[in-house]
Design a protein. Sequence first.
Length: 320
Amino acid sequence: MKARSLPRKRKDRKRGGIMQEYVITREDLRRWCSIPLEKLEQQPNQKMKLILRERERDVAAEVGNLLAEEVIRNNRSHKPTRWILPGGPAQQYDVFTERVNRESISLKNLHIFHMDTWLDWQYRLFPPENTRFSCKAKMEKIFYGKINPSLNVPEAQRYFPDPLEPNRFDEAIEELGGIDTLVGGVGCKGLVAFNECPASPYHRVSLEEYAQSKSRIVTLREDTIIAYAEREFGACFDALPPNAFTIGMKSMLKAQRAVFVVTTGAWKQTVVRVALFSEPTTEYPVTLFPRYVPECVLYCDRGTADHVISRKYQDIPILK
């Protein structure tokens, strides 16, 4: 029997009701991953807008300029600017900070929420001298430390993750009235910040519950550890901390615009296709954004968007 592509219903035993969550099938993956790169932007039924650029640095330049233009626009209208930003990908910050200094763009009315940070095996923050795993130290190095002090974001408007204040992000974003723009990477299984697929065999989380998830401490999934270790630490898994603090989906889904930057090659070729075409599913959390956020944009270099299955395995039964 041919695999169905329609949403499947399952019983939510805890509440006794019926909930719907999309179940991605092998047929879905075969179809999405087989689309040639040259036809990808023209595909109907895309859940978010795809913007392809030749190289990673081209993507970084465009996103950095996008951020600068938003601040300029809001400053002219005497409006605050409210962002959620990642520690990585980070090349766009060079473009942004250069323009801020060169054009004397004031950041005095900018509020920034830094979406996540690593925690050690005892769920503690890393010390400030650790510029790789301390969010605060890293952002001081690659962002705030490069900006003219007379233009810089006031310290009270820089929100860093803190496991001792788990409600601070959600309460502050509520008080500010939401978020203008979220910028984030996307993990190979669809994580945004450290919101991974809930995978416990003993506790179920519905799509609606996950969309309302608050900022919290998380223990990272093995595939996240493997991805980071392979990409940055020569597959030395012990180099990676096992835990993190993340902003929740509830606060991220309050954004008016979500800008995703995906430029890390073969690791992300499948999640690009899932983000573009799948209905919402906790299996790939990035798929929740189009349901709640009015404008969702996926920036991608051509190498990351060009799926190997679309080129190499057309004559071989793959995913069947």
